[in-house]
Write a protein that binds this ligand. Structure first.
Ligand code: NI
Length: 181
């Protein structure tokens, strides 16, 4: 039987103040510590349990600048993308091209929001080994990282909608897609 340690973390839902706060930098000397490593492991379990594309620490009531995002190709067909851990990230858009796509969020899974974002970006961060990393991402990976980065700033997809008409019930996405065609 699983112990309580394996229970998924509670996801903060829209209305919880932690989702609107600016998160704090992770002190680099904490990364190797058991507390932090166990916290990230619990976040990973929670993301897998929820089958999300990403999860930011404020979404589990922890105001630290760390998030997970599925940016690596799935190891096999039908499996989920590989998850990367981003600590103290900074992001820079690359190029002027912006693309809009429907985004969900575990903190309000009932909604989808059409969010315009730069197509390509650079992200600099520290990984779970405490090593600095620089990546250039585009497409879905770039979108997930920008969505999760927003969580560290207290910004949600609903803030980025070009119009309130770009906020829909997730259950109605098929109707919306038919209209778009
Ligand atoms: Ni989200």
């Amino acid at each position: 039987m699983d112990s309580e340690e394996n229970m998924p973390l509670e996801i903060a839902q829209l209305g919880q103040p932690v989702l609107r706060a600016v998160a704090q930098e992770v002190p680099l000397d904490r990364i190797a510590g058991a507390d932090f490593q166990e916290f990230v492991a619990a976040m990973l379990e929670t993301l897998e349990y929820e089958k999300g594309a990403g999860l930011a620490a404020p979404q589990v009531f922890v105001g630290l600048r760390v998030f997970l995002a599925g940016i690596h190709p799935a190891p096999a067909e039908g499996e989920l993308p590989g998850i990367e851990v981003f600590i103290n990230p900074t992001i820079t858009p690359l190029g002027a091209e912006t693309i809009s796509a429907w985004e969900g969020c575990l903190s309000f899974p009932e909604l989808l929001v059409l969010v315009p974002r730069p197509r390509a970006m650079r992200v600099e961060y520290v990984d779970l080994n405490g090593e600095p990393v620089v990546r250039e991402l585009k497409g879905f990976a770039a979108r997930v990282v920008q969505h999760e980065f927003d969580h560290l700033e207290g910004i949600l997809t609903i803030d980025r909608a070009a119009s309130t008409r770009d906020i829909i019930k997730a259950s109605e996405i098929d109707t919306v897609r038919e209209e778009e065609e």
